[in-house]
Design a protein around this ligand. Structure first.
Ligand SMILES: [Zn+2]
Length: 117
């Protein structure tokens, strides 16, 4: 129990300073919290496909891995969580495009998603 509290505190401190956390037990990689925040900032906390804002969605958009996490080895978290593989999406769009348009850039991903709506 004490270890969990320490881990949460350490995660918070690393995140606060924008550093890669020493923990990656979630499978999201040690830089996930930082990269997730960078993606949301880049995408203005809006769904990149339909443009819904955080307020309209009612919570922060999801940060989607264009090429899914399962396609990466555990050691490849740097590529997995690269901003070029992340895009902010509302839950509705996220459900529609899950698993589609892998191996594309965020711009290509958004363009293809919009075309096929
Ligand atoms: Zn959307």
């Amino acid at each position: 129990m004490g270890n969990i509290i320490v881990e949460i505190l350490v995660r918070g401190l690393y995140n606060l300073f924008g550093l890669d956390s020493p923990y990656s037990a979630t499978g999201y990689g040690p830089n996930w919290t930082k990269q997730r925040r960078k993606c949301l900032e880049r995408d203005d906390y809006q769904c990149r496909i339909c443009g819904k804002t955080e307020t309209e969605i009612g919570r922060r958009p999801a940060v989607h891995h264009i090429t899914p996490r399962r396609e990466f080895a555990a050691s490849e978290w740097h590529q997995m969580n690269a901003l070029s593989n992340l895009v902010a999406l509302c839950p509705s769009c996220h459900g529609t495009v899950e698993g589609k348009y892998q191996d594309t850039s965020p711009e290509e991903f958004v363009a293809k998603s919009r075309q096929n709506f």
